[in-house]
Design a protein around this ligand. Structure first.
Ligand code: FAD
Length: 286
């Protein structure tokens, strides 16, 4: 089933994300975790993409195995480090595996990449390529707090509009910890004439290390309320996990209550976290 049909239905949707392993020895563990999460019957699951090496195969294989379990799956695909030919091969592979949904991304630019040798510079070019290939439901990324490379918020929205015009049917957000940031962003999006559905990406932060990583890569703001939780429970792993899941649950309930009908949880291959969140929302997502 196409994700656009899932997220625009009457029922609030809840979906989970998994990421493929970097090395083969971890592959079976990741597949087992993905299958357990699939057993929760989420509305869909997405599998992230690590450019290069065998991990791109892992993305497609894991997405396929989720599909075989009856769960709608979406494969992420990045383009900046790939040739056009490689991207086409990826699309053929995904189609052959019966995967109908792709989250089309630029990917982070490696420092040693020579711009004159790049077939793709931005995600919109990948979106065009997928659209021309045909028959995939295409999603893209958006950044309520701005992308780290962004010139400014207005430009970001102009480029978002380009992605939508090129065939991006929905956007999934970068994680955020203050819902008002999303509400503000959605207002600005609409004012800029971008009116494709947005899936809110929620990261349950369950350990202190994760927070340091988030701060260093995404520049996401941490509200005081959240910082207090980390100050108090950061050194108590079980308490931090419980508090992080509760915080994410509360964020999600507020989103649904305010009409955001699609939430994607960055569950990071963690069955316990996915299960707890789904359990906490069991009556709400009926
Ligand atoms: P783009 O939409 O191309 O934007 C990148 C930057 O370029 C932005 O600053 C934008 O303002 C600017 N820009 C866009 N279009 C133009 C234009 N026409 N002219 C000038 N500037 C322009 N990374 C992975 O490697 N694997 C994954 O699986 C993955 N999954 C992700 C899922 C989500 C929901 C999100 C939010 C991010 C994910 N990423 C993933 C990270 C993503 O690849 C990086 O953030 C990357 O740096 C930008 O990708 P993008 O698709 O947003 O790029």
């Amino acid at each position: 089933m196409k994700i656009i049909d899932v997220i625009t239905g009457e029922k609030p949707s809840l979906s989970f994300e998994v990421f493929p392993p970097k090395t083969e020895d971890k592959y079976e563990n990741v597949v087992a975790a993905a299958r357990r999460i699939a057993g929760l019957s989420p509305d869909y699951m997405s599998v992230t993409y690590g450019a290069g090496g065998g991990t791109s195969e892992y993305t497609a294989n894991i997405a396929q195995s989720l599909g075989e379990l009856g769960v709608n799956s979406m494969a992420h695909l990045t383009c900046v480090s790939s040739t056009r030919e490689h991207v086409r091969q990826q699309l053929e592979g995904l189609q052959q595996r019966g995967i109908e949904n792709i989250l089309a991304l630029r990917g982070d630019i490696p420092e040693d990449l020579d711009p004159s040798r790049m077939d793709f510079h931005y995600a919109y070019e990948l979106i065009q390529e997928i659209r021309d290939f045909g028959d995939f439901c295409i999603g893209g990324a958006c950044y309520p707090e701005g992308h780290p490379d962004s010139e400014n918020g207005i430009k970001d929205l102009e480029y978002l509009k380009v992605k939508a015009e090129c065939g991006c049917e929905f956007f999934t957000t970068q994680m955020f910890f203050d819902n008002n940031i999303l509400y503000n962003f959605l207002y600005r999006m609409l004012r800029s004439g971008v009116d494709v559905p947005v899936v809110a990406g929620i990261m349950p932060v369950t350990n202190k290390k994760q927070i340091q990583r988030i701060m260093s890569i995404s520049g996401t703001a941490l509200p005081q309320r959240f910082i207090r939780i980390v100050d108090r429970y950061g050194d108590k792993p079980e308490a931090m996990k419980q508090a992080g899941i509760a915080y994410a649950t509360e964020q999600i309930i507020d989103l649904y209550a305010n009409g955001i009908n699609a939430v994607h949880v960055y569950s990071m291959n963690n069955f316990d976290v996915a299960q707890k969140i789904q359990e906490n929302l069991s009556e709400i997502i009926k």
